[in-house]
Design a protein around this ligand. Structure first.
Ligand code: APR
Ligand code: ZN
Ligand code: ZN
Length: 361
């Protein structure tokens, strides 16, 4: 089969290779024929080494498709099921899953699969992105990593739920718990930031300010619920205008992955406000806060991992919001492409020109 392959950390272009094979199907695995997969900025983080990732590897983690084979001990899925890939599924048994009730923080499955090869290219073993790797026509995943959805959901729509939409909408409604009438600012309007904006809108925020370097993105963001849009340099002015005496936003989100934009999100939140970091950055990227401001401002700063979502219920919850017209997924697809054009799609994403490119097999 055909797949995109990254040979070494730091390579800027993916190689499109024929003749790739998956590893053998285990007793508790399923084989999924990938029908559609989104290009997410985290793929680039893995290519650059910001995210820990074994090489060589097949990128891609935002996919949907059809189950074509099930292992002998698989009880939850059958051949023909339509599924969304969950790149960090809960095991359902560990401390995070049971005692802490934070299934999104379960690493039992992800750590197990990330260290194992998922594909072969002749004699060479290939890893998959985060243990998955959906830039391939077929993939073998643990049964927990494939979430069943209704057959009538188009695969391009379904694929977006696999990462960006769950991450972004989840950051707003699960992690930050945006409240009706609140004021929000979202820094970065790619697929993840646009999803945060949609989450804030669905949660009933009264003001949603979209911030991006790319002016076109600011207009796009308004289609998804942003009430205002500005470039980073203009944020202080807009903030003063829309938040008045509060002096800052109730909820500030960073959806890019740079220290300076995390700092900007912190500064944009009001005293007592909530700062949610959705963007991914490397181990060497440091953000500075002084001791006085941490104490005096009483802001809450937290990360958001996979939208603090329980993929077992949230994937289908988000699809219900889409089906009833409350969540716009069609509008997030900037282009549909073939795997051969993945490098071009990555370049467009890095220039800030796309919300999401979706590869269709
Ligand atoms: N200030 C404002 N906007 C910026 C800046 C900046 N300094 N730098 C980049 N941007 C904008 C880009 O123009 C683009 O619209 O941020 C957006 C980033 O979007 P994408 O590259 O499409 O990334 P996305 O897939 O949305 O992911 C964003 O969330 O889950 C994480 O790993 C993911 O770190 C990544 C982040
Ligand atoms: Zn677990
Ligand atoms: Zn992603």
């Amino acid at each position: 089969m055909r797949a995109a392959v990254q040979r070494q950390t730091g390579d800027e272009l993916l190689e499109i290779v024929d003749g790739i094979e998956t590893v053998a199907l285990g007793d508790t695995d399923v084989r999924v024929e990938i029908k559609a997969t989104g290009v997410c900025h985290s793929d680039v983080h893995a290519m650059k080494g910001d995210l820990p990732q074994g090489v060589p590897f097949v990128p891609g983690h935002e996919g949907a498709g059809v189950v074509t084979e099930v292992g002998s001990l698989v009880s939850t899925l059958a051949v023909g099921d339509h599924v969304i890939i969950a790149w960090s599924p809960p095991c359902g048994k560990c401390v995070a899953c049971v005692d802490q009730r934070q299934p999104h923080l379960c690493v039992m499955i992800q750590f197990a699969v990330a260290g194992l090869p998922k594909f072969t290219d002749g004699d060479t073993e290939l890893y998959g992105m985060a243990g998955f790797g959906t830039f391939a026509e077929s993939i073998v995943v643990p049964q927990e990593g494939a979430i069943k959805i209704d057959d009538d959901v188009p695969f391009d729509i379904a694929s977006l739920i696999g990462c960006g939409v769950t991450t972004g909408v989840g950051a707003a409604i699960n992690t930050a718990k945006v409240t009706p009438g609140s004021t929000c600012v979202v820094i970065g309007c790619g697929g993840v930031g646009i999803s945060v904006i949609q989450g804030c809108r669905m949660a009933g925020a009264s003001i949603i300010v979209a911030v991006d370097l790319n002016a076109e993105k600011l207009e796009t963001a308004k289609r998804f619920g942003a009430t205002h849009g500005c470039k980073p340099d203009d944020l202080a002015g807009v903030q003063a205008e829309v938040t008045g005496a509060a002096g800052g936003f109730d909820f500030a989100f960073e959806a890019i992955g740079f220290p300076q934009t995390v700092r900007a999100a912190y500064d944009a939140a009001r005293r007592g406000g909530v700062v949610t970091v959705v963007g991914v950055g490397g181990f060497d990227k440091m953000v500075e806060f002084n001791m006085f401001e941490l104490f005096f401002n009483e802001k809450t700063i937290h990360g958001s991992y996979y939208g603090s979502a329980d993929v077992r219920s949230d994937f289908n919850r988000l699809l219900r919001l889409w089906k009833t017209g409350r969540l716009d997924l069609e509008g997030m697809i900037s282009q549909r492409i073939k795997i051969d054009d993945v490098n071009d799609a990555i370049a467009k994403m890095l220039r800030g020109e796309t919300i999401r490119s979706v590869i269709e097999f």
